[in-house]
Design a protein around this ligand. Structure first.
Ligand SMILES: Cc1cc2nc3c(=O)[nH]c(=O)nc-3n(C[C@H](O)[C@H](O)[C@H](O)COP(=O)(O)OP(=O)(O)OC[C@H]3O[C@@H](n4cnc5c(N)ncnc54)[C@H](O)[C@@H]3O)c2cc1C
Length: 329
């Protein structure tokens, strides 16, 4: 098989995560620029039935490893399987999601393949047949462009919610090749994985996020933003101060030591805007801040700033949203 661009999809809980389609779209743009085809790697349990859908986002051919042992991401099982498939497609470039699992997989895969890894990229361009990738550094304070030496294999993880996703081509299906892979048994020290199936909107994939900080004063007050989030179809996030206080789980934390998010709308409520928080949400497309302190640093990043006590603003805003929804329905 001649060289191709290879995208690695992320399949969880019976579906591809949205970031997979973003990565497929980005892979297609790169493949078109380099004059190559786009192949996909889909690994998981029950993934075979859905793999052809990747064709809607430009993938020509998908290599599928479908096995119950691959239901959840466990590095010891996934990495050898993906590496075996990569050897089959002989890629010129590999793109994958910069999700928690994707970053782990990308690093291990690059190590195994002796490839060059650029994590959490926000832009990829092709110049004179070579790729260049842009990634945030120093907690998002500046950006670095990465280039690869001739002959080196670029492995590029793409930050969720950044790369434009194609409108799906409804009638396009990818060719499928099922791969019999040997899953290394009993090599993993992980014997059971509990997957959170609470149905919450995943922070890194949410289009709207409302995050609460220390200004929320206590865990009981998060009901305020949870109700508003319910009305807006938003996910709820938190600052580290709120997480460290035990008000919210670490999975809600946005920032340098939490999740990097990129929603269309980020509403920061009672959050001062420390650099470590901005590192996780500063590239959101539209930022609204609610803070009673007009000097709070979050306002320097916000598109809209509301200087008000959150305990009067949030209920009033919620009431307006409810009114608006009832007149629209
Ligand atoms: C290595 C390192 C990593 C870190 N990683 C992270 C990270 O990943 N994420 C993160 O968030 N932080 C992180 N931090 C912590 C960060 O430096 C800040 O301490 C933290 O973000 C502060 O959280 P906060 O804004 O909720 O609290 P505060 O800074 O205490 O701000 C609370 C804000 O609420 C406002 N407020 C209070 N009451 C009201 C009210 N009634 N109405 C409206 N506004 C009100 C106040 O004016 C204030 O601006 C990290 C720090 C370090 C050193």
């Amino acid at each position: 098989m001649s060289k191709c661009v290879c995208m690695i999809a992320e399949f969880r809980g019976g579906n591809f995560r949205r970031v997979s389609f973003e990565v497929a779209s980005e892979g297609k743009r790169i493949a078109d620029s380099l004059g190559l085809s786009l192949c996909g790697i889909a690994v998981g349990s029950g993934v075979a039935d859905k793999a052809a859908d990747l064709g809607r986002y430009g993938v020509d051919k998908v290599f599928v490893a479908d096995d119950p042992a691959l239901e959840n991401y466990v590095a010891e099982a996934y990495v050898p399987v993906v590496a075996e498939i990569v050897a089959k497609c002989d890629p010129a470039v590999i793109v994958l999601p910069a999700s928690v699992d994707g970053k782990d997989l990308g690093a291990r895969l690059a190590g195994r393949l002796q490839a060059g890894l650029a994590q959490d990229c926000t832009e990829v361009v092709c110049e004179n047949g070579a790729v260049k990738a842009k990634r945030p550094i120093f907690a998002g304070k500046c950006f670095a462009w990465c280039e690869w030496a001739e002959g080196a294999l670029p492995v590029i993880s793409c930050r969720p919610n950044v790369m434009d996703c194609f409108a799906p081509m409804e009638d396009k299906r990818a060719e499928i090749e099922k791969v019999d892979v040997s899953i290394p048994a009993a090599r993993s020290r992980v014997t059971g994985v509990d997957l959170d199936t609470s149905g919450k909107v995943e922070l890194t994939e949410a289009e709207i996020i409302i995050s609460g900080g220390r200004g929320m004063k206590g865990p009981e007050n998060y009901a305020l933003i949870e109700e508003l989030a319910g009305l807006l179809g938003a996910a709820v996030g938190a600052s580290r101060a709120a997480v460290d206080s035990g008000w919210r789980p670490h999975s809600d934390q946005v920032g340098q030591t939490g999740k990097v998010v990129n929603p269309n709308l980020y509403i920061a409520v009672g959050i001062s805007g420390a650099i470590q928080h901005l590192a996780g949400m500063g590239s959101s497309k539209f930022i609204v801040a609610v803070n009673k302190d007009p000097e709070a640093p979050i306002f320097s990043k916000a598109d809209y700033g509301i200087v008000e006590d959150l305990f009067s603003f949030i209920p009033a805003f919620k009431e307006e949203v409810e009114k608006h929804k009832s007149t629209c329905s």
